[in-house]
Design a binder for this molecule. Structure first.
Ligand code: ADP
Ligand code: ZN
Length: 381
């Protein structure tokens, strides 16, 4: 068991990581469940159809034995749940339940459910509380902590949102037993990200133990989750709203990654974590091209990503576009600053930094070479 504090003045909260935690939900979340109990009301839980089908039965039983009744709002799985329409229905449902500003809403699911519930709670009555119970590795190590909440619109992903911190994050690594392997690997990309961006020793540990993490071996998995969250918590506490260059470090691999996600239509062709994995390979190789990282270290980063069964060559995606088209997607990135774009690059494995002097035409040329690498049969690493 690990308890990691997120030290934000006035909104400090804890992330609890514990095997079998869901069996003790009534005691672990007691402060946030008790107000409903005192007033004889049902507790609002939000899930998607998968997490509802897998976990709601047991959770209802655990809660019932503590005299608590849950009401469920269940959305379809996938990004389509992060829309104005679903947000409106969720807010109406919470209002109909009589949720007050002192109450907490429970989010049980991956990043989609967490982002949707977090944003609904940010705007409902100008802010009600929420508890995150992330059920994907990606949500456990990344999106459930830090308070970024959002929905999507026709213009792009996560363009409508708010910073709204949860009051508690409850992580039970056992819930990952049912997570599809591909989703597990995608979440693992964000775990590797923490090693690459700020902790060489953790990166080396992942090189040696990544297989155990992916196989959900309890001790390795808990260490990977706790180390990831400890770093995220530290960075968020230093720079909650990404106004310094600290929180931006968490975007390692994401500028390249978002361009690849956009090019593949944000579809199952390339999951977010897979795009981030490729993005990190590209960031490492581009850093090597600038002479800031050794070619050996760039190859080592790519090897760790490939070893986890994650994509490490963009040529293998078979994209029909060129580098300029990918750069065009980047210009529409939320992080774009006018005509320039901050790039997260590596000085070493375990040391990322924000580069503001990157020439986008050089990025396009670099990407053209990467896109052609496989075709020429020279896809190194
Ligand atoms: P992410 O956390 O990567 O943003 P989503 O919220 O879209 O992802 O969840 C990815 C998929 O995994 C969804 O289909 C979701 O229903 C499913 N899922 C989430 N948690 C689990 C779990 N513990 N077991 C099985 N499937 C799960
Ligand atoms: Zn990400």
């Amino acid at each position: 068991m690990a308890v990691i504090p997120v030290a934000l003045a006035g909104r400090a909260y804890e992330v609890v990581i514990e095997q079998g935690l869901l069996d003790h939900i009534a005691s672990r979340a007691e402060p946030y469940l008790a107000p409903y109990n005192r007033t004889g009301r049902a507790v609002p839980f939000v899930a998607d159809t998968n997490t509802h089908a897998i976990f709601a039965g047991d959770l209802n039983d655990r809660l019932a034995s503590a005299g608590i009744k849950a009401e469920w709002f269940v959305v379809e799985p996938g990004e389509d749940a992060k829309t104005w329409r679903v947000l409106e229905r969720l807010c109406d449902w919470l209002l109909a339940l009589g949720v007050t500003r002192k109450d907490h809403v429970f989010a049980l699911g991956g990043g989609v459910v967490g982002d949707l519930v977090g944003f609904a709670c940010a705007i409902l009555k100008r802010g009600v509380g929420f508890v995150q119970i992330p059920t994907t590795l990606l949500a456990q190590v990344d999106s459930s902590v830090g308070g970024k909440t959002a929905i999507n619109t026709a213009a792009g992903k996560n363009l409508i949102g708010a910073f709204h911190q949860p009051s508690l994050v409850l992580i039970d690594p056992l819930v990952l037993a049912t997570l599809p392997d591909r989703e597990m690997r995608a979440g693992y990309a964000e775990v590797l990200k923490y090693g690459l961006l700020g902790d060489a020793a953790f990166f080396a540990w992942l090189e040696a133990n990544g297989e155990k993490v992916l196989a959900r071996e309890p001790a390795a998995l808990e260490h990977a989750i706790a180390s990831s969250i400890a770093m995220k918590a530290r960075i968020v506490a230093e720079d909650e709203r990404e106004t310094l260059d600290r929180r931006a470090l968490l975007n390692l691999g994401h500028t390249f990654g978002h361009a690849l996600e956009a090019e593949t239509g944000f579809s199952d062709r390339l999951l977010h974590g897979e795009a981030v994995a490729l993005g990190m390979v590209l960031a490492a190789r581009y850093s090597a091209r600038r002479g800031e990282l050794s070619a050996d270290d760039a190859a080592r980063a790519a090897r760790a990503i490939a070893a986890a069964g994650l994509p490490s060559e963009i040529a293998a995606l078979g994209l029909a576009c060129n580098g300029a088209a990918l750069v065009d997607h980047m210009r529409h990135d939320k992080k774009a600053e006018g005509t320039t774009l901050p790039f997260l690059l590596l000085k070493a494995l375990g040391e990322a930094y924000v580069a503001r002097d990157v020439d986008l035409s050089d990025i396009a040329a670099f990407l053209d070479a990467e896109l052609a690498a496989g075709k020429a049969g020279s896809g190194a690493v």
